[in-house]
Design a protein around this ligand. Structure first.
Ligand SMILES: [Zn+2]
Length: 492
């Protein structure tokens, strides 16, 4: 519509100039200003002033938590095949905005992209840096030739167009309309053609990640990390994991019915908490039918496990190939001291799991195949910690598992930092910072051993500066053996 307004402005200025020739400085000024606005709009890839422009997926798709991965400037004979393998490993599909000339040169590879379920879209024939300053004829030739090339090689006609570097001119939209193409830009990009730091690129792409996002990466013109690897190959596996977690975020949607604060917190936690990821990846709860979550908060673990199961069972299966299969609990029971959190958990997940308000130093544990205690024990005094572990031991079936996450008080500054963050969160949320009772790793291992557990510990701080560990503790007790034959009442 900016284009129509601009045409109207030009026509109006011409008419006025005929009627009032001495107004020419004002009329010229208006036209120059108009051109400046249109140029600025073209330099801003995500602007919609020059015509329709997809900067996010349509609402219906976004609501399902889908995120689009778009990969530009290929195909590249070395990098693209590796990108395809990473995508396969994560059961992910991507959209490749390819350069026509390269599709021609690497036609087998282009066909492979399509045959592996991805789509190839139009990124011009030559990826000219001068694309945005070409006239209407030049723009049309660049786009139409790429359409023909891609269709001839892959058998599929592109539906979307993306301009080189996202730069456009006012002539573009009419050309796209005539070719039946839709302009796609992106929600976020990581500048992975110039930034060699995979961590920074990853953070840029995932900051505020949500359903409907269109993310931009490059398999062509890829920057190299310090070790010489193309940035995309370092970023993509992590990104696909984060996207998977964000899709599981569809899991936290019911928190809307609790309240917005809880929803946002659930999102952040699901995305960031490495323990949730590891529990699934390593299959730590596989085979556990009755799961007891002590200090369950708003029921995030239950949400996570339920979402995992539905993804695992989806047809086609929507599950990372290198992860253990999803746990299939028959019951999940959560206990938490704070009634507000329990209320939220019930609102969100009450139909699928049980949540009770209670003090875990007294509450009845019943029997369970797995007990999970994440970031809770240090709020109990040392004596109560032992009490909870003893009762957990009694509640667990032989072959059961206790998962506890604790911080290592022997870790110096990293521990102090974690404690500071923890206390700050408690102060903000509950307006008080309760006293904490911390132990070093050796001490945690000691009281678990005293409680009858044999245990191993996994570091659980990836991506954070803290000193968190997950103990995987199994009760050292035998399954009650079958009643010996001689005890059977024999009839003589
Ligand atoms: Zn490009």
């Amino acid at each position: 519509m900016a284009i129509q307004a601009s045409i109207a402005l030009h026509a109006g200025a011409a008419a006025l100039w005929l009627a009032r020739p001495h107004w020419w400085p004002w009329l010229l000024g208006a036209i120059v200003a108009d051109h400046l606005v249109l140029t600025a709009a073209g330099l801003w890839p995500r602007s919609k002033l020059l015509g329709p422009n997809w900067t996010a997926l349509p609402e219906a798709v976004a609501a399902k938590g889908a995120v689009a991965i778009t990969i530009d400037d290929g195909p590249d004979p070395v990098i693209t095949p590796q990108v395809l393998d990473v995508l396969d490993q994560h059961c992910a599909k991507a959209t490749f905005f390819c350069i026509g000339e390269l599709v021609e040169q690497h036609s087998l590879l282009a066909r492979e992209i399509v045959s592996r379920g991805h789509s190839i879209e139009n990124h011009t024939q030559r990826h000219l840096h001068s694309f945005s300053v070409l006239g209407p004829g030049g723009i049309r030739a660049e786009i139409a030739r790429a359409q023909e090339t891609i269709e001839a090689v892959t058998g599929q006609r592109p539906q979307f167009f993306r301009a080189p570097a996202g730069l456009r001119s006012p002539f573009l939209e009419p050309v796209l309309a005539r070719l039946g193409l839709r302009l796609a830009s992106w929600t976020r990009r990581g500048f992975d053609t110039v930034n060699p730091d995979a961590g920074v690129v990853f953070t840029k792409l995932t900051r505020g990640l949500r359903g409907g996002d269109i993310l931009l990466l490059h398999d062509g013109h890829a920057a190299r990390t310090a070790s010489g690897a193309p940035v995309i190959l370092e970023v993509l596996p992590r990104l696909l994991q984060a996207v998977a977690a964000a899709r599981i975020d569809a899991a936290s949607a019911p928190y809307w019915s609790a309240d917005l604060f809880a929803y946002c917190r659930a999102r952040g936690k699901l995305l960031l908490d490495p323990a949730f990821m590891e529990i699934l990846k390593e299959g730590l709860l596989v085979g556990s039918e009755r799961i007891l979550d002590l200090g369950c908060g708003q029921g995030l673990l239950a949400a996570w496990l339920l979402a995992a199961r539905s993804r695992n069972d989806a047809r086609p299966r929507n599950w990372p190939s290198d992860w253990s299969e999803a746990p299939r609990p028959i019951s999940i029971r959560g206990i938490d001291l704070r009634s507000r959190d329990v209320e939220r958990a019930r609102l969100a997940w009450g139909h699928k799991a049980d949540f009770e308000q209670g003090d875990i130093t007294e509450a009845e544990f019943g029997t369970a195949d797995a007990i999970v205690i994440l970031d809770v024990l240090h709020y109990l005094d040392f004596e109560s910690q032992r009490g909870v572990l003893t009762r957990a031991y009694s509640a667990l079936e032989p072959g059961g598992v206790l998962l506890i996450r604790v911080a290592d008080a022997g870790a110096g500054i990293r521990f102090a930092l974690g404690k500071y963050v923890d206390q700050t969160v408690m102060l903000t949320r509950y307006h008080r910072a309760p006293r904490t009772y911390c132990r070093s790793m050796a001490e945690w291992g000691q009281i678990l051993g005293d409680g009858g557990f044999s245990c191993e510990a996994m570091p659980m701080s990836s991506g954070t500066p803290f000193a968190n560990w997950l103990f995987i503790a199994r009760p050292r007790k035998q399954a009650r053996s079958l009643r010996p034959q001689t005890d059977l009442p024999f009839s003589q």
